[in-house]
Design a binder for this molecule. Structure first.
Ligand code: FES
Length: 115
């Protein structure tokens, strides 16, 4: 049997420790980023608006990393945007658009949009 693709789950270090100890925790896959009504999250919409993907293989990882980054650092700077997702690679080199999408999502989140 062959398996292809990837699964990316955003979880804080605290959530991982709680999961290992059977304590309640929260984690999300990219489908869980949407709200309960199915509305697109501000981060997802920013990736769409900025065209921050080509093949889309890396996109779930970048969306989740951006979401986690904005939760942990709502006042992030350009260096944090470039450094944070260094463990996720984009074969298509959509990095400039990804950085623009995270900046746009940060502005939307500060303005009060969902995200
Ligand atoms: S959009 Fe193709 S790997 Fe990132």
């Amino acid at each position: 049997m062959n398996f292809a693709g990837e699964i990316t789950i955003a979880a804080s270090r605290d959530a991982v420790f709680k999961a290992l100890s059977n304590a309640p925790f929260f984690a999300s896959c990219v489908e869980g980023v949407r709200d309960l009504t199915g509305r697109t999250d501000a981060v997802q919409q920013a990736f769409i608006d900025c065209g921050a993907f080509q093949c889309g293989y890396c996109t779930p990882g970048f969306v989740l990393m951006a979401k986690a980054l904005l939760v942990q650092h709502p006042d992030l700077d350009d260096e944090q945007i470039r450094d944070y997702p260094s463990g996720n690679l984009c074969r298509c080199a959509a990095y400039p658009e990804i950085v623009n999408a995270v900046k746009m999502a940060a502005r939307k989140c500060k303005a009060g949009a969902t995200g």
